[in-house]
Design a protein around this ligand. Structure first.
Ligand code: CDP
Ligand code: MG
Length: 739
C-alpha cells in the first residue's frame, strides 16, 4: 500500500500545524471532542490521521466531447446575462454534441435506452429537445419525465424552467405527492416522481396526455419505476404514437433492452477526468468519525479550489454529523478556511435545497453531505473530493414475517463506482473510501438489489388490481417478485378489507387507492368516519395522519423539550401530534406560536396542506366527520381514535412481556423483542413519569440501529379493541373467542 500521496510528509506536517487545538476522533469511540482550554496548545493524535492506500481508477478521457473552452471564457463579457451564460453552459454538455444522433434515434424507435455518465445532460436537456422538436404539438401533449426522488423532481424542474426562461409551474412544472406545480393546458414539460406517474395511470390508464415519457434514473430500479416499465410495455402495444425513453447511468442497461424486445441502446460518451481512489489501510469501526476526520484532513491540507461531497445514509445521520463538524470548525475558527456545509436529503425543505447548487465563494470550501441522492440524480458542480463510507439505507422486507425495516447496508460496487465518479466532473479528483481495498474487491455485491425484491408489495398489488391487472403472475416484471412476497401482500390486503376472500378488490380497496397516502392511512380515515364503533373522529384522525407524514423535521431541537411546552402529559405520540395541530390551529396557524413552542413553522404549513388534501379527498368520497350517533362523549374520543389506527395497522402491535419488554405481535416473528425509542413520549411516561407500562402499543415505525426500536407510539389500553377491530388476527392470537 502506498501512502496517501507522494508528498505525504508535507501534507502530514500541514495537518499537524493547522489543526492546532484539535483533538480528533478515535476509531470506535463515539466522542469527538475539541478541547477549548487547549486552544493554542498543540494537540495531534497520530492515530486519527487516516492512512489511505492509493489506486488510480480507470478513466474515460474527454475524447470527442472535450470542449472545455466553452465553459470558461477568459474575458467575461460584462453584458453577458445569466440567461446567456446558461445557454453557453448548455452547449458544453456532452449530450449537446449528440443531439442530432439522439433525436434521429428517437424518431426511428418507439422505445430507446439512453445511457450516459451523470452530468451529461440526460435529465435537463433531452426533455427540452423533445419539446423544441415539436413532440408536444404546441401544447396538445406533454413530455413527462419521471424521477425516483422528490428532491430531484423539484430541483431539476426549477433548473429547466430557468434554462427555458419561463416561470416554474407554467410551461415547465413538477408534480410530487401533495405538491403539484403545473398549469393545465399550459405545462408541456413535467417532471414527476415515478410514484405519481403510477398514480396517474389510475385515472389515465393509457397516459393519453403524454406524447413522450422519459423514465429517468431507471438504473435505480425503484419499485414504482419497475412497475411503470411493466405498464408501459403494455401501453406501448396500444399506443403506437407514444415514445418511451429509458434513461440510465452506466449500469445494467442490457436488461432493459431485453425487456423491451431488444430495443436499441444509445450511449452518450461522457466527459470524465481521472479520479484517484484511496482506501483505508484497516477497516474503520466508526465510519462517521472516520468521515469527519477525513473532511478535516482534506480541508486543512488542500487548497480550497475543490468542494467535498460526503455520502451518508440519512437525515438524522447527516444532521448530527453536520453539527459535529460545525462544532469543530467553530473551535478552529480562522485557523482554517471557512467551511460551508450544505446537506441534501429527501426531506430537506425546498428553500434549503438551493444551497448545494450555489457557487462557493473564494477562499471557502463547500462540504455537501448527501444521501445517495447525489450518487446519480443530482449533479453538483465543483466537487473535487468524494468521501464514501460505503453505506446506504435500504428497505428490507421479510415476507415470512411481513416486516419491513430500514437497514443500513454496504453499497454495491456499482454504486461505489458511481460515487467516485462525482469527483471527476470538473477536473481530476480524489475519492476517499472509508473501507479497505480488500473489502471492496471481496465483500460487496456487484449490483444493488432492485427494490421490488426487498419490499412490501401490498400497495403495489392493490394498485395493479385496481388498474385491472388480475393475473399478477403474468405481469411483465423486469424482475419477478417471489411468490411468498406476493401471497403475503394479498393476505395483508385481505386483513385490511381491500380484497374479498375471493381475491377481488372491494369498494373499500378502490377507495384506498384514491387517497394520496398509503392504503393503511386511508383505512384509518375510513374507519374513523364510517365504522360503527369508531365514527365521529375523522377530524382528529386527519390531523394525526397528516402530522405523521412530517414527524422527522417537526421539532426544533429536542422533541421532549418541545413536547413539554405543549402538554404537561399525554398518553402517546399520536395524541401529542393531535394536540400540536389543535393548538396551532387555535392560534390561527401562527408563526409566533410555532417559535414559542419550538416547532418548525414550515413543517406545520406542509402538514396543513397535506391535511386539506386528505380532507378534500374524504369529502369527495362522502366520508363524513359527523358522528353517526348523538355527540360522542369526550371519554370516547381516544378509544375511537385508537381503534381506527388498529384497523389501518392491524399488525403493528407489540405486547408487554413478563420481563417488562415488548415483543412483536400479530406477525410470525417468534418473540422478537423491541425497544421503545427514547424520542417517544411513551418512553418518558414509563421511564420518568413512572407510568405503568401499557399491555399493548401500536407503532408507526420500526427501525433497526443498535437495537430494534419502535417509534410514534399509541398505547392500546383495552385488549378488546384488538380482538373486536381485527378479529381475524387477534381472536386466535390472544386465545380469546368472542361470543
Ligand atoms: O441527467 P444527467 O446526469 O445526465 O445530467 P443533468 O442532470 O441533466 O445535468 C446537466 C448539468 O446541468 C449538470 O452538469 C449541471 O451543471 C447542471 N445543473 C445545474 O446546474 N443545476 C441543477 N439543478 C441541475 C443541473
Ligand atoms: Mg439525470
Amino acid at each position: 500500500p502506498r501512502p496517501m500521496k507522494e508528498d505525504n510528509k508535507s501534507r502530514q506536517q500541514m495537518w499537524e500545524e493547522r489543526v492546532l487545538s484539535y483533538a480528533v476522533a478515535k476509531n470506535d469511540s463515539d466522542e469527538i471532542y475539541v478541547d477549548g482550554s487547549k486552544q493554542y496548545d498543540y494537540v495531534f493524535d497520530d492515530s486519527a490521521m487516516i492512512n489511505f492506500t492509493s489506486d488510480v481508477e480507470d478513466t474515460v478521457p474527454g475524447g470527442e466531447d472535450s470542449s472545455e473552452g466553452d465553459e470558461e471564457s477568459d474575458e467575461e463579457d460584462e453584458a453577458t446575462t445569466k440567461y446567456a451564460k446558461i445557454q453557453e453552459a448548455k452547449k458544453s454538455l456532452p449530450v449537446y454534441h449528440h443531439r442530432a444522433r439522439v433525436m434521429k434515434a428517437i424518431q426511428d424507435n418507439q422505445v430507446l435506452i439512453i445511457v450516459g455518465e451523470t452530468g451529461s445532460g440526460k435529465t435537463t436537456q433531452l426533455p427540452q429537445y423533445l419539446v423544441e422538436d415539436g413532440y408536444t404539438q404546441d401544447g396538445k401533449y406533454q413530455v413527462g419525465v419521471t424521477q425516483p426522488r422528490r428532491v430531484a423532481a423539484t430541483s431539476v424542474a426549477a433548473r429547466v424552467a430557468e434554462e427555458m426562461d419561463v416561470k416554474l409551474g407554467r410551461e415547465v412544472g413538477y408534480s410530487i405527492r401533495f405538491d403539484d406545480k403545473t398549469t393545465p393546458g399550459k405545462t408541456v414539460l413535467k417532471y414527476v416522481t415515478d410514484g405519481m406517474l403510477l398514480r396517474e395511470c389510475l385515472t389515465d390508464p393509457d397516459l393519453k396526455k403524454y406524447s413522450c415519457i422519459v423514465i429517468d434514473e431507471a438504473h435505480e430500479r425503484t419499485l414504482a419505476t419497475d412497475i411503470l416499465l411493466g405498464l408501459l410495455k403494455n401501453i406501448l402495444a396500444r399506443r403506437e404514437d407514444l415514445k418511451v425513453l429509458i434513461s440510465s447511468a452506466t449500469m445494467n442497461t442490457a436488461k432493459f433492452s431485453k425487456f423491451f424486445g431488444d430495443c436499441p441502446i444509445l450511449t452518450i460518451p461522457g466527459r470524465r477526468y481521472p479520479v484517484n481512489v484511496h482506501y483505508t489501510l484497516q477497516p474503520e469501526g466508526n465510519y462517521i468519525n472516520a468521515a469527519i476526520t477525513t473532511v478535516f484532513q482534506i480541508h486543512t491540507t488542500q487548497a480550497t479550489d475543490g468542494d467535498i461531497l460526503l455520502f451518508l445514509t440519512g437525515q438524522e445521520e447527516i444532521e448530527s454529523t453536520r453539527e459535529k463538524i460545525e462544532q469543530i470548525a467553530s473551535k478552529l475558527g480562522t485557523k482554517i478556511p471557512q467551511l460551508i456545509i450544505a446537506p441534501i436529503y429527501a426531506n430537506l425543505p425546498q428553500d434549503q435545497q438551493a444551497l448545494i447548487f450555489e457557487p462557493t465563494p473564494e477562499n471557502c470550501r463547500k462540504l455537501v453531505i448527501a444521501t445517495n441522492i447525489a450518487e446519480t440524480s443530482l449533479t453538483i458542480d465543483g466537487i473535487k473530493y468524494v468521501i464514501d463510507p460505503g453505506y446506504v439505507k435500504e428497505n428490507s422486507y421479510v415476507p415470512s414475517t411481513g416486516m419491513t425495516q430500514l437497514l443500513t447496508v454496504p453499497c454495491s460496487r456499482a454504486s461505489i463506482e458511481q460515487r467516485a465518479g462525482r469527483a471527476g466532473r470538473v477536473g481530476p479528483g480524489s475519492c476517499f473510501r472509508l473501507f479497505t481495498k480488500w473489502s471492496f474487491e471481496n465483500e460487496l455485491e456487484m449490483m444493488p438489489k432492485p427494490e421490488i425484491l426487498r419490499t412490501n408489495l401490498s400497495n403495489t398489488v392493490l394498485l395493479l388490481l385496481s388498474l385491472g391487472v388480475m393475473d399478477l403472475l403474468n405481469f411483465p416484471f423486469v424482475d419477478k417478485p417471489s411468490i411468498p412476497a406476493l401471497t403475503k401482500s394479498l393476505e395483508s390486503l385481505y386483513v385490511l378489507g381491500a380484497l374479498s376472500n375471493r381475491g377481488q378488490i372491494t369498494e373499500l380497496g378502490k377507495m384506498m387507492c384514491v387517497f394520496p397516502c398509503e392504503p393503511e392511512f386511508a383505512k384509518v380515515l375510513h374507519t374513523a368516519s364510517a365504522d360503527e364503533k369508531c365514527n365521529g373522529v375523522l377530524e382528529e384522525c386527519l390531523s394525526i395522519v397528516s402530522m405523521l407524514h412530517e414527524t422527522t423535521s417537526l421539532f426544533i431541537g429536542n422533541k421532549r423539550n418541545a413536547a413539554a411546552r405543549i402538554v404537561s402529559e399525554t398518553e402517546g405520540d399520536h395524541l401529542l401530534y393531535l394536540e400540536v395541530f389543535r393548538q396551532w390551529r387555535d392560534s390561527g396557524f401562527s408563526r409566533t406560536w410555532c417559535q414559542d413552542h419550538r416547532i418548525q413553522f414550515k413543517t406545520m404549513c406542509r402538514v396543513r396542506n397535506i391535511r386539506s388534501q386528505l380532507s378534500r379527498c374524504c369529502q369527495k368520497l362522502g366520508l363524513s366527520a359527523q358522528s353517526k350517533t348523538a355527540a360522542i362523549k369526550l371519554s370516547e374520543v381516544i378509544p375511537r381514535i385508537t381503534r381506527s389506527f388498529i384497523s389501518g395497522f392491524p399488525t403493528n402491535v407489540v405486547q408487554l412481556t413478563n420481563s417488562g419488554n415488548y415483543k412483536m405481535l400479530g406477525r410470525q416473528t417468534g418473540a422478537l423483542t423491541v425497544s421503545i425509542h427514547p424520542s417517544s413520549v411513551v418512553f418518558q411516561n414509563y421511564k420518568e413519569n413512572a407510568k405503568k407500562p401499557d399491555k399493548y402499543l401500536l407503532y408507526q415505525q420500526l427501525m433497526l440501529t443498535s437495537k430494534e426500536f419502535i417509534r410514534d407510539l399509541l398505547p392500546v389500553t383495552q385488549e378488546s379493541w384488538l380482538t373486536e377491530t381485527v378479529p381475524q388476527v387477534y381472536q386466535e392470537l390472544l386465545g380469546k373467542r368472542q361470543p
